[in-house]
Write a protein that binds this ligand. Structure first.
Ligand SMILES: [Zn+2]
Length: 488
């Protein structure tokens, strides 16, 4: 089994060497090469059906299917992506971003964690599954959709899903693009927030006016906009847009209990990930994790108006604008929230001022899977067995195409990831922690064995998987060492 892990690292390094930066047209040929690399690796592993979808408009995506021996076995579609973020500022990398290096337990390189490492983990997981079971086909029918545009916001995922809907049909989607909560606290993620973004512009006239001759007698667009922005939240940190919370699904008591048990050090979070923010703040009655995972937001992401150059210009500005991003939670609906925002802006537009609200795209819907869904519990149990410890529920505050997969394929989506929040994805020196990723592969090998029973008999007790796959093997750190590494 040790050989499997060695080959895996060598392969991942080879894949990382292909700079599949989807955002940069100069690298689109590399995105195609990256797709071909994956297709070749899948064929080498024996996947009977492997296709590169490269006829546009989407950048090349890879589809593969490996049917289970049992035609009645559940069909599972794994989602991931093979495009990567740009590497700027490249001078901050300690190693060239596309020349992967292993230092101790860590493998550095762009895409090591997000998301090539996690997709490669699926390849390894299936090899381990077949080796451990002695089967020539997986226990579930496995399908793979690895897109090439996730880092660009998956602009054509709906097109891909529409075009290939029949082929992609499944009983369950396994979404692999989220991390564990922490190395010392592996978790099963159960949801992501959605988002909508708007630009709101207030205009009070055709030109800026002299503040002496007109000031005090005409509306000021900057003041009107500031009053609107100030009205978005109340004193309790709640969003004051009427109706905003109507469809918000509250987390269950069990979820809140799990969140509370996670080892979250707020002071360290402020100083580290939050980069020097000195106080946590937000909606009263909710913890920081809850505020960032299961509560909606209305964030002012930019504001400008009037004269912003050097020195002083004595004007009454004619125009001011702000950018607003709302992170949304189940069961908020994109179009309804848009309507609420339009209405709120109209109600806060004073006489003599006009307001325009422009939404950028239709937004990304939120998604959460039931924590007692048999597939969620199967993921939890597979992770618990591989990591040899209790696995709690978590969420993530970011957004992704999980809701779209759910909407198009009309099946539940569960999250399976085995990377860490401090992997520096999208930033210089991205890395993945190999022993954690290997345990993820081990958990996948177990998951494919658990799912046929679990999806057949939802109320069944955890099936007793006793086979020690040993993928993590000697790389499995001592518990004490692991704690130490986490504090570092
Ligand atoms: Zn990703």
């Amino acid at each position: 089994m040790h050989g499997l892990a060695d080959d895996f690292v060598a392969e991942l390094c080879e894949w990382i060497a292909i700079p599949s930066i989807g955002a940069d047209p100069a690298h689109h040929a590399d995105v195609a090469r990256s797709a071909e690399w994956l297709a070749t690796a899948l064929r080498r592993d024996g996947w009977p059906t492997v296709e590169v979808w490269d006829t546009g408009p989407a950048l090349p995506a890879v589809y593969a299917c490996w049917p289970a021996e049992d035609p009645a076995a559940p069909v599972v579609l794994v989602y991931g992506h093979h495009d990567v973020q740009p590497v700027d500022p490249v001078e901050h990398w300690q190693h060239p971003p596309f020349e992967a290096v292993v230092r101790g337990e860590e493998l550095f390189g762009r895409g090591a964690s997000d998301d090539k490492g996690q997709v490669a983990m699926h390849l390894l997981g299936l090899r381990a599954h077949l080796a451990a079971t002695g089967q020539t086909a997986p226990s579930v029918t496995l399908k793979l959709l690895v897109e090439g545009e996730e880092e660009s916001g998956s602009p054509h995922i709906a097109t891909l899903l529409a075009e290939h809907r029949t082929k992609l049909g499944a009983d369950l989607v396994v979404f692999t693009d989220t991390p564990l909560f922490d190395r010392s606290a592996p978790t099963v993620c159960t949801g992501q927030r959605g988002h909508i973004t708007a630009t709101i512009t207030m205009t009070s006239g055709n030109s800026d006016l002299h503040s002496g001759r007109f000031g005090g007698g005409v509306p000021n667009a900057a003041i009107a906009l500031a009053r609107l922005v100030a009205a978005v939240h109340d004193e309790q940190g709640r969003i004051a847009i009427p109706g905003f919370y109507d469809d918000v699904r509250e987390p269950s008591a069990l979820e809140r209990e799990h969140f509370a048990r996670l080892p979250f050090d707020e002071a360290a979070w402020l100083a580290g990930p939050a980069d020097g923010v000195t106080a946590a703040t937000g909606e009263a009655g909710w913890t920081t994790l809850e505020r960032t995972w299961v509560r909606p937001t209305a964030e002012i992401t930019g504001i400008h108006g009037g004269y912003t150059g050097p020195g002083v210009k004595t004007i009454v500005p004619r125009q001011a604008s702000t950018a607003l991003t709302c992170r949304l939670v189940p069961d908020q609906q994109l179009d309804r929230v848009q309507e609420l925002i339009r209405r709120f802006v109209a109600e806060h537009t004073p006489p003599g001022v006009t307001a325009e609200v422009v939404f950028h795209g239709s937004g990304v819907p939120p998604y959460a899977v039931d924590i007692d869904h048999p597939a969620t519990l199967a993921v939890r149990d597979a992770l618990a067995a591989a990591f040899d410890q209790e696995v709690l529920f978590s969420r993530t505050g970011g957004s992704g195409p999980a809701a779209l997969l759910h909407a198009w394929l009309d099946v539940p989506v569960v999250y399976f990831g085995a990377t860490l929040p401090d992997d520096r994805i999208h930033a210089p020196n991205e890395r993945v922690v190999l022993p954690v990723l290997l345990r993820g592969a081990e958990a996948l090998a177990r998951l494919w064995r658990l799912l046929p029973d679990r999806l057949r008999t939802p109320a069944a007790e955890p099936a007793g998987i006793t086979a020690e796959l040993g993928l993590a093997g000697s790389a499995r750190p001592e518990p004490g060492r692991e704690q130490e590494a986490n504090r570092a």
